[in-house]
Design a protein around this ligand. Structure first.
Ligand SMILES: Nc1nc2c(ncn2[C@@H]2O[C@H](COP(=O)(O)OP(=O)(O)OP(=O)(O)O)[C@@H](O)[C@H]2O)c(=O)[nH]1
Ligand SMILES: [Mg+2]
Length: 701
C-alpha cells in the first residue's frame, strides 16, 4: 500500500512527436522500472505497445506506468498528442495532480501545445515545462523557452543551467539544489551527481539569483524578506516554489534529452519535490443522483482524503487479446480493496472488483489496498466503462470529468462482403464505450453505419482495430458532414389539413400556423396561441409532435431542421374522427407547406483553423485557405513562423493534413475545432441537395 503522501501523479502532455513517450521511457529506465531504455524509434517502447501504435509511430491512446523514486510511487500517464486522440488526453487530466508539458527543443510551441496547456488551466492543475530534444541537431532550447513565455503567456522560471546544446550538449546543473549532471548518460538509479564545476559557477550563480528573484516575486512575505536581506533561505525557496506552482504563479522549466538520457534525474527529483501530493488536489466536483425519479442530481464534492467515502474515476479502458479489458482509474477519495462489491453510478448496477494492479506494461504487481490519490488498473470489470465512477452503494457520487471536444469528422462504414454488418456494428459500439472520442451511429434514411471522431486518422485506426478484432473486411466510405437545415423568412396563416374517410372511423384534424426563423442556437420554439377551444387541449401537443418529427427528417436534403419558431393559433376538429395521429399528420403537413414558403437553406459546419507555417510558406497557405472558401481572421508572427487563423467550411478541409504537408515540406502544423454553422452559398447548397438524393416521404400513404 502507498499512503497518499507517497504518491505523485503526472500526465505527460504536448504536441504530437514532441517527445512525450520517449520522456516517459527515460523516466522509467532511469528509475529502474524497466531494464532497458525503451525507444520509440526502434519500436521497443513499453508504452507505445499496440500494433497500431508501432505501425503509425505515435501514441494513439493513454498509457499508464508506475515507477518508484525518492521513496515515492510516481504514476505516469503518457497521453497522445495527435489531434485525433485528444479525448484520451482530456480525460487523463481529470485524474492527475500535475502535467509535464512537453515542448520539443527543435519545434517549440505548436498548436496542440497551446491547446493542452489551456486545458491544464481549465482543469486547475499545475504544470512543469519540459524542453526535450536538447541533444538533437538544430535544437534551439533557449528560443523555445522564450516562445513558451510569449505564446503561452506562462510565467516560466528556469530550474537549471544547461551546458551546451545539440551535439555539444553536456548536461544540466540544478539551480535549486546545485547538483551537476554532466557528461555520461544517466544510468539506472544514477543518484550520483557532481559538484558545480568551476567554469560553470558564474552561470549557476546568476541563474540561481534569477530563480530566487522569480520566486520572491510570487509572495508578499518573500518579497519583503528578499528586499531586506537580498536572498532567501533554501527552505524558503523550496516552499516558495511549491506554493507558486500550485497557484499557477510559476511554471518551473527543465531540459532533457530522453534518448541519451540526460536531465532525467533532476526531473524525477522535481516530480517528487515540486508536484503536489494527491491530497492537495482541489475537491473533485460531481453530482449525487437522486433516489427519486425525475429529480435532478444534486451537486456534490469529494475531497482527496482516505477518510471520505470511496469514489473511483475510470479515465481509460484498454483492450488486449489476452488480458481482455483493463480499466485505469484514480481513487478520488476513500480507499479500495480487491474482491469487493462496488456500485457503478452511471449504470446503476453493482460491479465486482477483482484484482487491483499497477506497474509497467505487462509487468504488473498486485495491490491489497489502494488509497485516495493512487492510480491503479482494475482488470476485467464487467460493465464499467471509461468515464464511469465506482463508489460504495451507500455513498453514490458521479465525477464530472472534463468536457470532451465534440467529434469533427464522420464517415460511413462500407463492407466488402455481405453478412458482417451486425458483428462489426456491435464491435464498434463496444469500442466507442472504451474510446470516448469515438461516436457510432446509424444514418436514419440509409441505415448506414457512421463513425465520428476528432480526426481522419482516428477513424482510419478505428476501422483497423475492428478488422483486427473481428476479422471482417470493412473500410471507410466518403465523409459525412453534419449539415443542418433552417428557414430564413417568416410566413403566416399556413394550413395543415388531414382528412381521410376510409370506412369505419375517419381521420380529421386541421391546424393553422405561423412559422419564423430563430437566431442560430435558438432551437425549436412552439407557441400555443389557441383560444376558445378551436382544437381540444390534448391535440395541441400532437401537432407539435408531428412538426418535430418532420423537422428531424429535413425538408431540402434530409438533414435535421433547426432554429424554427412555430405559432399555432387556430384549427378545426371533429368529435369522432379527430385523434392524436390525425393531428400529428396535420402538424407535419402544415410544417411542410410552411417550410416551402420560408426560403429553406442548408447550414454547414465552419471550423476555426489555426495553421503554423514557416514564413516563406505564408502566401501559399493563405491563398489555399481563400480557395477553400476560407475567411482569414488574422496572422501573427513569432520568430520565423507565421500563425494564420481562419474560418473555413469543414467540407473544404477534410484532407487538409496532406495538403499542408505538401505546401510546407512537412514543416506546417495545424489545429481545428468546429466553431459554428453558416448558410451555404447557393452553388454549394445545390450540390449538397443533389448529392443527398433526398426524397420527401409522402405521409398520407
Ligand atoms: N534526439 C532526441 N530525439 C528525441 C527526444 N525525445 C524524443 N525524440 C524523438 O522524437 C520522436 C517522437 O518522440 P515520441 O516520444 O514518440 O513523441 P510523442 O510526443 O510521444 O508523440 P505522440 O505520441 O505522437 O504524441 C521520436 O523519433 C523520438 O526518438 C530527445 O530528447 N532527443
Ligand atoms: Mg507518444
Amino acid at each position: 500500500m502507498f499512503a497518499p503522501d507517497d504518491i505523485r501523479n503526472v500526465a505527460i502532455i504536448g504536441h504530437k512527436g514532441s517527445g512525450k513517450t520517449q520522456l516517459a521511457e527515460a523516466l522509467l529506465y532511469v528509475a529502474k522500472a524497466t531494464a532497458k531504455l525503451g525507444k520509440v524509434d526502434d519500436k521497443s517502447s513499453t508504452l507505445d505497445e499496440s500494433v497500431e501504435e508501432k505501425e503509425h509511430a505515435c501514441s494513439l491512446e493513454t498509457s499508464v506506468a508506475s515507477l518508484s523514486w525518492g521513496g515515492k510511487k510516481i504514476n505516469i500517464v503518457d497521453t497522445p498528442g495527435e489531434g485525433s486522440f485528444l479525448a484520451d488526453t482530456r480525460l487523463a487530466l481529470g485524474a492527475v495532480d500535475a502535467a509535464l508539458l512537453v515542448v520539443s527543443g527543435k519545434d517549440g510551441v505548436q498548436p496542440i501545445t497551446e491547446r493542452v496547456f489551456a486545458w491544464t488551466r481549465e482543469v486547475g492543475i499545475p504544470a512543469i515545462i519540459v524542453v526535450t530534444k536538447v541533444d538533437a541537431e538544430n535544437t534551439k532550447p533557449d528560443d523555445v523557452v522564450s516562445e513558451v513565455k510569449s505564446r503561452l503567456k506562462a510565467p516560466v522560471c528556469l530550474m537549471e543551467a544547461r551546458i551546451g546544446e545539440g551535439p555539444a550538449y553536456e548536461g544540466v546543473i540544478t539551480l535549486r539544489t546545485q547538483k551537476a549532471f554532466l557528461g555520461k548518460p544517466e544510468a539506472p538509479n544514477a543518484v550520483a551527481h557532481a559538484a558545480v564545476p568551476a567554469n560553470a559557477k558564474a552561470a549557476v550563480d546568476n541563474g540561481r539569483a534569477k530563480l530566487v528573484d522569480d520566486v520572491a516575486g510570487t509572495d508578499d512575505a518573500l518579497t519583503e524578506k528578499y528586499l531586506t536581506e537580498g536572498d532567501l533561505t533554501q527552505s524558503e525557496l523550496d516552499e516558495g516554489i511549491r506554493n507558486a506552482v500550485r497557484a499557477n504563479a510559476l511554471y518551473p522549466t527543465y531540459f532533457v534529452s530522453s534518448v541519451k538520457p540526460s536531465g532525467i534525474v533532476a526531473l524525477l527529483d522535481a516530480i517528487v519535490e515540486i508536484v503536489p501530493p494527491p491530497y492537495a488536489h482541489a475537491p473533485f466536483k460531481g453530482t449525487v443522483p437522486s433516489a427519486k425519479q425525475g429529480v435532478q442530481p444534486a451537486d456534490a464534492e469529494r475531497t482527496a482524503t482516505v477518510d471520505a467515502p470511496t469514489a473511483v474515476y475510470v479515465f481509460k479502458t484498454t483492450w488486449d487479446q489476452h488480458a481482455g479489458h483493463t480499466s485505469w482509474a484514480r481513487v478520488l477519495s476513500g480507499s479500495l480493496k480487491p474482491d469487493t462489491a462496488m456500485h457503478n453510478v452511471q449504470t446503476g448496477n453493482a460491479e465486482r472488483l477483482g484484482k487491483i494492479v499497477y506497474g509497467v506494461g505487462k509487468d504488473l504487481k498486485q495491490l491489497d489496498h489502494a488509497v485516495a490519490g493512487d492510480i491503479v488498473a482494475l482488470p476485467k470489470l464487467k460493465a464499467t466503462r471509461t468515464m464511469h465512477t465506482l463508489t460504495d452503494d451507500k455513498h453514490p457520487f458521479a465525477y464530472s470529468f472534463p468536457a470532451l471536444p465534440p467529434p469533427l469528422f464522420s464517415r460511413g462504414v462500407k463492407f466488402e462482403a455481405k453478412g458482417g454488418e451486425e458483428k462489426v456494428a456491435s464491435a464498434l459500439y463496444r469500442l466507442a464505450e472504451e474510446d470516448p472520442g469515438l461516436h457510432v451511429g446509424q444514418e436514419e434514411s440509409t441505415r448506414e453505419l457512421v463513425v465520428s471522431g476528432l480526426g481522419s486518422l482516428h477513424l482510419e485506426i478505428t476501422v483497423e482495430r475492428i478488422r483486427r478484432r473481428v476479422g471482417i473486411d470493412c473500410r471507410l466510405g466518403p465523409p459525412h458532414i453534419a449539415y443542418k437545415e433552417t428557414i430564413t423568412k417568416k410566413v403566416t396563416g399556413v394550413e395543415g389539413k388531414h382528412k381521410k374517410q376510409s370506412g369505419g372511423h375517419g381521420q380529421f384534424g386541421v391546424c393553422y400556423i405561423d412559422m419564423e426563423p430563430m437566431p442560430r442556437g435558438g432551437g425549436f420554439v412552439y407557441e400555443d396561441a389557441i383560444v376558445g377551444g378551436a382544437i381540444p387541449r390534448q391535440f395541441i401537443p400532437s401537432v407539435e409532435k408531428g412538426i418535430v418529427k418532420s423537422m428531424a427528417r429535413g425538408f431540402l436534403a434530409g438533414f435535421p431542421m433547426i432554429d424554427v419558431k412555430v405559432r399555432i393559433y387556430d384549427g378545426k376538429y371533429h368529435d369522432v374522427d379527430s385523434s392524436d395521429a390525425a393531428f400529428q399528420m396535420a402538424g407535419s403537413k402544415a410544417f411542410k407547406a410552411a417550410a416551402a414558403q420560408c426560403h429553406p437553406v442548408i447550414l454547414e459546419p465552419i471550423v476555426k483553423l489555426q495553421v503554423t507555417v514557416p514564413q516563406t510558406a505564408t502566401g501559399d497557405v493563405i491563398g489555399d485557405i481563400n480557395s477553400r472558401r476560407g475567411r482569414i481572421l488574422g496572422t501573427d508572427s513569432v520568430d520565423d513562423l507565421t500563425i494564420v487563423n481562419a474560418y473555413v467550411p469543414l467540407s473544404e478541409v477534410l484532407e487538409y493534413e496532406s495538403k499542408l504537408k505538401s505546401m510546407t515540406q512537412g514543416k506546417g502544423t495545424f489545429g481545428m475545432a468546429v466553431s459554428h454553422l453558416e448558410i451555404c452559398p447557393p452553388m454549394v447548397q445545390d450540390k449538397v441537395v443533389k448529392d443527398s438524393g433526398f426524397k420527401a416521404v409522402e405521409e398520407d400513404e
